[in-house]
Structure formats: C-alpha cells, structure tokens
Design a protein around this ligand. Sequence first.
Ligand code: URA
Length: 195
Amino acid sequence: MLSYKELYNACQQCTKCALANGRTNLVFGEGNIKADIMFVGEGPGHDEDMQGRPFVGRAGQLLTKMIEAINLKREDVYIANIVKCRPPNNRVPYPEEAQACLPYLRNQYAIIRPSIIVCLGATAGRYILSSNLRITRDRGIWTVRNGCHMIATYHPAALLRDTDKKKDAWEDLKKVRDKYNELISDKHKCDTANS
Ligand code: URA
C-alpha cells in the first residue's frame, strides 16, 4: 500500500490504460483524507479534466448541494471516481480501463477508511457493490462489507437530466444522513468509553 503522497505521484505518471493519452489533467480525488464518507462517481468530464478536480462542473455543483443537504460540507467528505482520466465524449469507462484504475481507488479507500461509501450512479455501483447492479432497482439499499456501509444512488448528472428522480435521491440521501449520525454517535460512545 502506498502513502497518499506516493499514490498521488504514481497516478500522475500513470499510463496503465489508453485514457492516459487523452487527459489534460488526471483527476485524483479530493477532500478530507480522514473523511467518514466517500462519494464515488464514474469518471472526469470536460470541466474536471480541465481543472484536475472531481465534480466541478454542473453535476458537481449539484453534488455539492446534495452534500450540504445532509448537513455536511464538501471539505468534510472525500470525492473520487472509478477512473481518474476522462473517457472520450464522456462515454462509460470500458471494463479494462476501470480495472486498470481500481487499484488506485482501493488504495485511497485503504488510507481513508471511510465508514460510508456513496456510489453515484450505476458505474460506481457496479464496480463497488455488484457487477449486475441496476440503479433504479438497487439504489437506496445498504450493503455492509468489512464494517463499511455502502449504498448507491442516482448520479447527479442523471438528476439534472430527469428531475423526477430527485425525490428518490433525497430518500437515499436521508438514509446516508441518518447512518452517518448513527455511526458518528457510536464512535463518540466508543471514544468516551475508552477515555
Ligand atoms: N461525473 C463523474 O462521474 N465524475 C466527475 O468527477 C464529474 C462528473
């Protein structure tokens, strides 16, 4: 396992898949490296590729609002993607591209060790939760693996395309808010018991 800085530097040099050829900037991920919640999207779009930061375009602005709606700030959480380089024309990453990139995300996860992972959209859900995930069917359901609580919800870009989905996304976000409050109060109890 690499340290955060070693991992960051390794990613900047990465040529493990063809997406490396088209990138302006690699989008490593950002946020609090001690975050309790990690949000994972699909891959950088145009704005993210230009700035080297995740979720900074229109979908990103909505993600920021979604985070604030559950009483958190963007800086409190960690935000990453399944692939760190922009797929051409924002197509879904090919399986070989995702597989080449996933060890980096796993290393990030191992460093941050969040209690909650929110998969944004079907691509994140398929690589993190289950390869046959269907987002309309499987969103809003918790899976617990190695003590980490994982859930999928709609990608903010899907909410921009179809505002009818916002109601369900809000139900999912409330589950995330409640789970976060539950886990954080448990953590406090542990801290008090151990002090
Ligand atoms: N969509 C994603 O999945 N990730 C980003 O970083 C931006 C848009």
